[in-house]
Design a binder for this molecule. Sequence first.
Ligand code: DGY
Length: 383
Amino acid sequence: MNSDNWRIANPDGKKRIIVTRDLPGDRWVDILVAAGCRVEIFTGTADLSPDEIRQRMGSRCDGVIGQLVEAWNESLFQALQGAGGKVYSNYAVGFNNIDLAAATRRGIAVGNTPGVLTGATAELAVALTLAAARRIGEAERYLRAGKWERWLPHLFLGTQLRGKTVGIIGAGRIGTAYARMMMEGHKTDIIYYSLHPKPALEELAAAYSRFLAARREPPVVCRRAEAVEDLLREADCVSIHTPLDDSTRHLINAERLALMKPDAVLVNTSRGAVIDEAALVDHCRRHPQFRAALDVYEDEPALVPGLADLENVVLVPHIGSATRWAREGMAILAACNVAGVLAGRPAWNRPDIDAFLEADPPPAAPSILNAEALNLPLFKATG
Ligand code: DGY
């Protein structure tokens, strides 16, 4: 690990924070510096190995901001605890790279960065849906390869989404935002699969249908699927928004792909391993009318053999949250998580997390996943 690859902000700060990859914007650094931290930021391009992270934490490290590509397991949390650390924040909303139980055993608060990336990720899912349905990737490759000779009535016929049924697996923040974009923007019906009913989403669809009826337009329908199999059979397009855990790993496997319509669209912006990628390649080969659009992969950045050769697949490199606003917001939340825990502030437990992007943020740590398990105080609004 070359020492030239580290940038230090506020060298005399009393608390030492390691940041394993430089982050967009400046405000996140200002927040940590204002909290009295010395901030050591890795500016190299390679991923830091667990040994390199351990080595950098050394014998004194109060907190870390890390990346979704790092496995924060027992061994790294043990090293952080040994260095006197109290807090780790992922620079991501997803936390399948973290052994939360190990962190809790070691008394380390774990933060993530929800909310600020909801719109960006849902927008990318919509973009992928349209790209797959309208064969944008194939058409662009064809044009760039100089194959376009004339306008033709049958050239790249795709699927029009208006009035179709969109299936949403996981109707949390991002799934709900995607459902709204598809329902309000493209007038699709929605079928969702989630552990709990989502009355707010269903009421919204009912209110929107009343609005459409007043304009003599057909209503939209939004309902919960009893089983994921029902959703897969009925939907023309399926978008995955569920977190990755033991219950969702390979949720979409060969058997379930076989239930889908032969010309359906499958979109994934959550985590790659929710789909059995080898089974998807096989399915796409055998069903040329089927289309998939992926932002995330089982073994990023590697792709399973054959995936990149498929014409009926759109592939982008895990850019769901990649807007400047979202990525700067994620950095601010991660910094507020670390600064908040070190200052002994309570954990925020309200949905309006964008308040942390304002000039005068709430005196709290925005998103601490194990706050209750660690008995951390929860934020109480005053006045
Ligand atoms: C996340 O935050 O979990 C995304 O995958 C990266 O933005």
